[in-house]
Design a protein around this ligand. Structure first.
Ligand code: EPU
Length: 302
């Protein structure tokens, strides 16, 4: 969706919002898939309520983009604009065992920054691409840990209340790849309480997780991480592998040869290809195992 109302463009500029016209989502997502729309970069959290009011008044739908690493976006001209927080400087401020982190901060850099200051706990997240806000919204986890365990406080824009609020960790429920945030809440910042550990010990943990990840996941390829959630007590990757579906493809959307729950864009895959692949694999798993796999990847195809 392209904004071309001159009055609205002036109001956006007055709010300190930077507009990137016709941004390509294929360049903003790790899958390398997605059509075009205007991207609005937010430089000040405080401008959000006014910005959203302005968009509503002009009947412009929007979606919030984090790091784009767990996202499958439709092809073509998209019927909404994208809002994204500008990367912060600095992204993390430490205070004892507390790390105050901007939602737009890079997750991996945050983990290593904290490690350098002897704060650990998040070693498992080191290879997870994306922003801290994205990780928080879906309670990202790996190797026995999840980010939600360390959350003390979250600053967010609550779309329902149309204002910025601060929630304490115990007001939020963090479950396996799921949180109690509303779909249109926008993460702004988080305070994590991290255990003290020596840098050496943290780095050792990071190395082990990196090795495991390198050995089992297609890291150099365009993907959105795992496509499906693991059903209780089972592994989506193992089931898809057992069905002999590694390498199975629709166009350039392909089940990874390395990890069957990673679907990669092996060239010029479209959202249509990827959605067909997801539907086909889901159908085959359901037929044989009687389990309907749920998406882990977030799909924007409306
Ligand atoms: N397996 C196979 N074939 C495959 C893939 C896996 O047989 O193609 C088997 C493995 O040998 C293992 C079992 O399935 O016995 C589980 O595999 P793995 O250890 O790779 O873990 P996973 O359950 O597939 C989960 C998370 C990953 C996270 C890893 C490591 C989900 C959906 N996936 O994968 O998270 O990195 O554990 O902790 O929860 C993500 O969220 O995007 C993601 C990749």
């Amino acid at each position: 969706m392209l904004i071309n109302n001159p009055k609205l463009l002036t109001s956006l500029a007055e709010l300190g919002v930077e507009r990137r016209p016709a941004a390509k989502l294929s360049e903003l997502t790790s899958l390398g898939i997605g059509g075009t729309t205007d991207l609005l970069r937010i430089n000040r959290h405080e401008s959000l309520p006014d910005l959203l009011q302005l968009l509503d008044a002009n009947h412009i739908p929007h979606k919030f983009l984090g790091g784009g690493s767990n996202l499958l976006v439709n092809d073509g001209e998209l019927p909404w604009v994208i809002l994204q927080l500008a990367p912060p400087e600095p992204g993390v401020v430490l205070e004892g065992n507390l790390a105050h982190v901007d939602a737009a901060a890079d997750l991996g850099r945050t983990v290593t920054f904290c490690a350098k200051h002897d704060l650990g706990g998040m070693e498992g997240l080191i290879g997870v691409p994306g922003t801290v806000g994205g990780a928080l919204r879906m309670n990202a986890g790996a190797y026995g840990m999840q980010i939600g365990s360390y959350v003390r406080e979250v600053k967010l824009y609550r779309a329902g209340a149309r204002k910025i609020e601060i929630l304490s960790g115990d007001q939020i429920s963090f479950e396996y790849r799921h949180t109690s945030f509303a779909p249109d809440d926008m993460m702004l910042a988080v305070t994590l309480e991290l255990p003290s550990k020596s840098y050496q010990e943290i780095i050792q943990g990071i190395r082990i997780c990196n090795e495991k990840r390198r050995a089992s996941q297609p890291l150099g390829q365009k993907s959105a991480g795992c496509i499906f959630k693991n059903p209780p007590g089972a592994s989506a990757g193992r089931m898809i592998d057992e069905l002999g579906l590694k390498g199975f493809h629709v166009g350039d959307a392909r089940v990874s040869d390395r990890h069957a729950n990673f679907f990669v864009n092996a060239g010029k895959a479209t959202a249509k290809d990827m959605l067909s692949l997801i539907a086909e694999v889901r159908g085959r798993v359901e037929k044989v195992y009687g389990v309907k796999l749920e998406n882990e990847v977030v799909v924007w195809n409306a």
